[in-house]
Design a protein around this ligand. Structure first.
Ligand code: ZN
Length: 101
């Protein structure tokens, strides 16, 4: 993505497609996440959540899928916006330094 090998990168480019952070805001409809909670995101951050793929558990096949670092700044940015359905709670007590690979 940094070197635009797929021809879809936009600049200025901010990478980071597997990121962990702390929630600073939540939308009105979010029930499972709260401000201050540690969470992670992977390759994707959003899908429609109402098509057949999304409601059958295959959200990664959604036609409106939004990859984390395509058309958005990724996890190396100061802030990242993600749909709650694509936001993964990190259990309390997990040593985040050990999650690095
Ligand atoms: Zn969908």
């Amino acid at each position: 993505m940094w070197e635009n090998e797929w021809g879809i990168s936009q600049y200025p480019f901010v990478g980071g497609h597997e990121a962990i952070g702390t929630i600073c805001r939540v939308g009105d409809q979010v029930k499972n996440l709260k401000i201050g909670q540690t969470v992670g995101v992977g390759w994707n951050i959003e899908s429609c959540m109402h098509c057949q793929s999304c409601i059958s558990g295959s959200q990664q096949m959604c036609n409106t899928i939004q990859p984390t670092i395509v058309n958005h700044h990724g996890g190396f940015a100061n802030k990242l916006r993600a749909h709650w359905g694509w936001t993964i709670p990190i259990p309390e007590g997990v040593d985040l330094a050990r999650l690095d690979h």
